[in-house]
Design a protein around this ligand. Sequence first.
Ligand code: 3PY
Ligand code: MG
Length: 254
Amino acid sequence: MTHNPVRLALLERHVTLGTWIQVGHPAVAEVLANAGFNWIAADMEHTDIDNAGFAGLARAMHGRGVAPLARVRENDTLAIRQVLDLGAQGVIVPLIHTAEDAERAVSAAKYPPRGVRGFCFSRMNNWGTDFAAYAATANDDLAVVVMIESRQGVENIDAILAVEGVDGVFIGPYDLSGSYGVPGQTAHPQVKAGCRRVLDACRAAGKSAGMHVVIPADAAIAQALEDGFTFLALGVDTVFLSAGAREALACARR
Ligand code: 3PY
Ligand code: MG
């Protein structure tokens, strides 16, 4: 049983609404948390957000009813273990191409015997005060989402989903388009077919599929839901900032 509502929603294929942080300031996390998202993922793959930056974001989200997630910089055991110790309630692991990749990600996120996560006093067990309680529940409470963003990942999707502990997948449409030789063309028929293949496999395996609606307009969100995505990321802090600023200027000019 899990006490993490985001993991529960992943396991039950219920919709959650999240967003991404690329600006590593805790104030951004506070503002977005107050908006009411279910989860906020810090992008540590494509930004300068490091472990110290992530800890600040997780602290800012604490007590605001939102689950801090981290997209780690790569499928690296230590990177995954450290963000979990620092406050992540789940990891999003990029560039998962094979079942072996998925197993490596899950193993890093789970305590023995399932995995290789190391025990220690850390922020997540209140520096040891709650050691036993945390050790007993962490494997059930922490979400593992793997990113499918390559042709190889699509081809191996059934085996990836069969790895015990993969709670869901998140499609990376930009890398996926790149791997089909059409970088940036996320609506290209081959990319769309790849997404469809992943969605069908998730439905068959009873696992959640996630998608990033980068520009969260009505039609795009409706399409993602209709397609069957349940783990929805809406926008990015930088996109919100840019849209708000441009709209203010346009408003004044009108
Ligand atoms: C991609 O589109 O490749 C991503 O990783 C999006 O976050
Ligand atoms: Mg990517």
